[in-house]
Ligand binder design. Structure first.
Ligand code: CAA
Length: 259
């Protein structure tokens, strides 16, 4: 599929999606959301893709939803116009393979919210995170009030959302917003390294492990345990399970086929 606001590169089973509106610090307009949703569907269904990286490149991740596009919206427009971000983010969140956010520079508002729908976040030491919507007289409208407290706890999320203040990469690591901080010039390499580590695992086990975690977080513990058990049992029907255990016994690395 041809995209105008994002770049898509697939190499060695790793897809990299790069936001590409540098003139506005990768601000997310309706077209970006639509294209992100479409590419999530495309990459999710592509069996040759084993892991996905979402990035804004070396300088900036994304400075949020496009304020110029939002400035004159009516309530009705906002109610309807809010949907592309929800569609995009829920399609990214449910890509049945690992999705890594690779973040340099600003990840603000909708940009920060985009990182929250990824499974893992790697930040360059240049990264800055914030939900500054409150300074615009609105609130985070693409999952920030829901996903951020689930990730870092309500107290810290409220501090960030009520103040609109930015935090740097080290503080983001400290509060659990990112998994790892690396020097800016090593961001690409470190992200690829992690993507390749994930991609070397069995695709079906990865998919079901992701599903068990994400679905389980919406359930009480007992229901989550039941769901985990179903996912666990199902994996014994895969060739990868036979191969993984045979490889262990034969003292060699497994050769997973994703089936
Ligand atoms: N929307 C539209 N344009 C944006 C933008 C945004 N979110 N962020 C930056 N830009 C544009 C600027 O207007 C500017 O364009 P011009 O050159 O045409 O003036 C260009 O990108 C460069 O930006 P700055 O000159 O402002 O760059 P800076 O380095 O001085 O400041 C910044 C960087 C601190 C990130 C500042 O641009 C900023 O505060 N941006 C807005 C951040 C924000 O409030 N994000 C939340 C948006 S609302 C949202 O995301 C809602 C939601 O929940 C979905």
């Amino acid at each position: 599929m041809a995209y105008e606001t994002i770049l898509v590169d697939i190499a060695d089973g790793i897809a990299t999606v790069t936001l590409n509106r540098p003139e506005v610090l990768n601000a997310l307009n309706g077209q970006v959301f639509n294209e992100l949703g479409d590419v999530a569907l495309e990459l999710g269904a592509d069996r040759s893709v084993q892991a996905v990286i979402i990035t804004g490149g070396d300088k900036v991740f994304a400075a949020g939803a496009d304020i110029k596009q939002m400035a004159n919206l009516s309530t009705v427009d906002a109610a309807i116009g809010g949907r592309p971000s929800h569609r995009a983010f829920s399609l990214i969140e449910t890509i049945p393979k690992p999705v890594i956010a690779s973040i340099a520079g600003f990840a603000l508002g909708g940009g920060c919210e985009l990182t929250l729908v990824c499974d893992v976040r790697i930040a360059a030491d240049s990264a800055q995170f914030g939900l500054p919507e409150i300074k615009l007289g609105i609130l985070p409208g693409a999952g920030g009030t829901q996903r951020l407290p689930r990730l870092i706890g309500a107290g810290k999320a409220k501090e960030l959302i009520f103040s609109g203040d930015f935090i740097n990469a080290d503080e983001a690591l400290r509060v659990g917003l990112v998994n790892k901080v690396v020097p800016a010039d090593q961001l690409r390499e470190e992200t690829l390294k992690m993507a390749k580590r994930f991609a070397a695992r069995g695709a079906v086990a990865l998919h079901l492990a992701k599903s068990a975690i994400d679905e389980g977080l919406r359930m009480d513990l007992e229901a989550g345990m039941q769901y985990e058990h179903k996912c666990f049992s199902l994996l014994f029907a895969t060739e990868d399970q036979k191969e993984g255990m045979r490889a262990f016994i034969e003292k060699r690395p497994p050769d997973f086929k994703g089936r």
